[in-house]
Design a protein around this ligand. Structure first.
Ligand SMILES: [Fe+2]
Length: 187
């Protein structure tokens, strides 16, 4: 919640406020789902799951210095959601191995939600910050550099599924966001 409030100071437009309301509801649902699944898998042997998951999901603290305004915030969200979308996709085999179709379908829903979040952020950037699109690549590069540095310094130890966030995944996510942003605006 603290982070949420800090994030809200960066929100300048009604469009972004609407985006964040919808986004927060989805992410809350995802967190609840992950906790339920992990409790089942871990058989109650992980008492601080919620605390660990909350640290994992969108720990923007370390990258706050890169967030100057609504535009840079939306770039980070577009990128972060693309990363999580791909990271969850990489975890499909794990969820399938749980042997319950509900997990499989639930994960698919989460992946689709993350893709929508990224696209919504991309569309907001295209609609409101068209003149700043040339800055997107550099912002994402800075985020990747910050994330890499943090991981090397061990700050990401609480990152529950950290190992799927590979260099390749970050690079592919960057490319995907850049491609989506570059698409011609329709309508
Ligand atoms: Fe997300």
């Amino acid at each position: 919640m603290k982070q949420e409030l800090a994030v809200r100071n960066l929100i300048a437009s009604d469009d972004a406020a609407a985006f964040f309301n919808a986004w927060a509801i989805d992410e809350e649902r995802h967190t609840d789902g992950f906790i339920r699944i992990l409790e089942l898998v871990a058989d109650g042997s992980e008492p601080d799951l919620r605390a660990r998951l909350e640290t994992r999901s969108h720990d923007f603290g370390p990258v706050f210095e890169h967030l100057k305004d609504e535009f840079s915030l939306m770039v980070m969200i577009a990128f972060d959601e693309m990363c999580t979308c791909r990271a969850y996709a990489a975890e499909k085999p794990f969820y399938d191995a749980l042997g319950n179709n509900t997990f499989h379908h639930w994960l698919r829903e989460v992946i689709a939600d993350e893709a929508v979040h990224s696209m919504n952020a991309v569309n907001l950037i295209r609609a409101r910050y068209h003149d700043r699109i040339s800055q997107v690549g550099k912002i994402i590069d800075n985020l990747i550099r910050a994330a890499t540095t943090l991981r090397y310094s061990g700050t990401f130890v609480l990152d529950y599924f950290g190992e799927v966030y590979s260099k390749e995944l970050l690079a592919e996510s960057r490319l995907a966001v850049m491609r989506n942003i570059a698409k011609p605006v329709i309508g």
